[in-house]
Design a protein. Structure first.
Length: 277
């Protein structure tokens, strides 16, 4: 007959094995490469979100009718634009038409842009270029259900942790009253608003500049433009310094978008608008 200590050790071993099995099972349920385990994952995520302080009402409203979206996975796997040459990318994303529109926006919003530059040190040409490149000045900011997209990407194993964090941030946006779930429409990867903020950036850098009590990057142009400048300022933008390749401010543009062709296009297009290109 085993001794008391032996029985204790055996029980401890069983307990540890059970914990390892439970942990492995939980981790396995946290991501998948097809729709099969999505509902199980979603139930677990809702419990996790509630434990992190998101209200039950927000969770219920945000996830009403949410299902796995295979279209989002196809789009995630099929990204090609950032693999283009700079010349081709620039021609597509900073066309003559877009630059002409940008000049009109500079004039139309000159007063607001001047206030932004005074407060944040970011030149109007940079802010307007980003606005134009991201959504054609708000015309193409996306119509996909952000919660559904982020849920799908958070469940998918390729970048599960990254998009899980973004999904938590999106729920915080709803929970604090900036937007309703119905208003959370945007890009397929969860980009929100006229300059396509990720949800985590929205939480950290969005500004209620029009003073209506909400940080609204979908409908409020003042909030959109000021929040864009705030993002750059908070990442180290230096007032009055150049922004071409090799400069400190160009490195800040890398925080906006990590694709080299994108950074170079912002820098060049803004220089053209400023009469330096």
């Amino acid at each position: 007959m085993p001794s008391r200590n032996t029985r204790i050790n055996l029980l401890a071993g069983v307990a540890v094995a059970a914990m390892v099995t439970a942990t492995t099972t939980a981790e396995a349920a946290r991501c998948g490469n097809g729709p099969g385990g999505f509902n199980t994952w979603l139930s677990q995520f809702k419990a996790e979100a509630r434990a992190k302080g998101i209200s039950g009402r927000t969770i219920s409203r945000a996830f009403a009718g949410v299902t796995y979206n295979p279209k989002v996975i196809r789009l995630d796997r099929g990204q090609r634009s950032f693999k283009q040459s700079f010349a081709r990318f620039y021609k597509r994303r900073a066309s003559r038409w877009l630059l002409n529109k940008a000049r009109g926006k500079l004039k139309r919003h000159a007063r607001l842009l001047s206030r932004i530059e005074q407060r944040y040190g970011v030149p109007p040409e940079i802010v307007i270029t980003i606005w134009g490149m991201e959504s054609t000045f708000g015309q193409l900011s996306g119509k996909m259900n952000i919660i559904r997209s982020l849920s799908t990407l958070a469940y998918d194993c390729r970048r599960s942790q990254f998009f899980t964090n973004e999904l938590h941030a999106a729920l915080r946006i709803i929970d604090r009253g900036d937007m309703s779930p119905a208003q959370m429409r945007g890009g397929w990867a969860g980009e929100i608003g006229q300059t396509q903020f990720l949800a985590s950036s929205y939480v950290k850098y969005a500004v209620d500049f029009d003073g209506n009590g909400r940080r609204d990057l979908i409908r409020s142009i003042p909030d959109v433009l000021v929040s864009t400048a705030n993002f750059l300022k908070r990442h180290g933008w230096r007032r009055g310094e150049p922004w071409g390749p090799g400069t400190h401010n160009f490195a800040v543009l890398k925080q906006w978008n990590r694709a080299s062709v994108y950074q170079r296009t912002i820098a060049k297009a803004a220089a053209v608008l400023a009469g330096r290109g």
